[in-house]
Design a binder for this molecule. Structure first.
Ligand code: 13P
Length: 257
């Protein structure tokens, strides 16, 4: 059985003081609710400049919360001005890193080949990539969401070993549902998440496809999470805006409205 993963993607929000505040509040809220982290894993994906503060807090308070970055270089070191190495992220205790988020594909021209290189780069340092895929509105209107997203899966997971593939996290985030308040229906999410698992079966093995967690992302809130999580091929959520509010995110983690 797959352990659900609830990951907050803060995007470009919260400085390191605000980060400490939010993580403390989230940890307290989940502690009050007696949250079982082994039953539902929780992680926050934070700006690079927040990582050291989050690490310090997680270590000091022995929090079970996972954390990670929102991007990583495909290289380990060298003349890559402005890039952050997976070696640096590993040193900061990152469990995960988001790669290929639609905002990076859209605003920074990242293609599947680069996303795959970043995923391999993360795994090279023991960090699990959360690989994002998902179609835009035009593709959805044409009814081509499955074929489009599966092509991204194929390209973005290229070159992973079987061992890496068994650990990877895939996040299906239809671009038209991101930050728009326009949530995909649970059926829309299930359709593509199920197809992604089928693709993993074809690329790797049935055992690997069964082990991989496929998350849904796009306007997730406490009011819609339970219905989304009820779908068999949805194993968690990648939550943007709603993860910036500790109480709301804690509710989402616990599938409560
Ligand atoms: P919202 O939850 O704000 O729609 O963002 C989703 C997302 O992009 C998470 O990575």
């Amino acid at each position: 059985a797959r352990t659900p993963l609830m990951a907050g993607n803060w995007k470009m929000n919260l400085d390191h003081h605000q980060a400490t505040h939010l993580v403390q509040k989230l940890a307290w809220t989940l502690k009050d609710a007696k949250h079982d982290y082994a039953a539902v894993e929780v992680a926050v994906m934070v700006p690079f400049t927040d990582l050291r503060s989050v690490q310090t807090l997680v270590d000091a308070d022995k929090l079970e919360l996972g954390y990670g970055a929102q991007d990583v270089s495909a290289h380990t070191d060298g003349a890559y001005t402005g890039e952050i190495s997976p070696v640096m992220l590993a040193k900061l205790g990152c469990r995960y890193v988001v790669v290929g988020h639609s905002e990076r594909r859209q605003y920074h021209g990242e293609d599947d080949a680069l996303v795959a290189a970043k995923a391999r780069s993360a795994f090279g340092q023991g960090i699990v990539p959360i690989v994002c895929v998902g179609e835009g509105l035009d593709i959805r209107k044409e009814g081509r969401q499955v074929e489009y997203t599966l092509a991204q899966v194929e390209g973005s997971l290229a070159g992973l070993t079987a061992e890496q593939a068994a650990q990877v996290v895939v996040a299906y985030e239809p671009v038209w549902a991101i930050g728009t308040g326009e949530v995909a229906t649970p059926e829309d999410a299930q359709e593509v998440c199920e197809a992604i698992r089928g693709k993993l079966r074809e690329m790797f093995t049935p055992e690997i496809a069964d082990a991989v967690r496929v998350l849904y992302g796009g306007s997730v809130k406490s009011g819609n999470i339970a219905a989304i999580m009820a779908k068999p091929d949805v194993d968690g959520a990648l939550v943007g805006g709603a993860s910036l509010d500790a109480e709301e995110f804690a509710k989402i983690v616990r599938y409560q409205s």
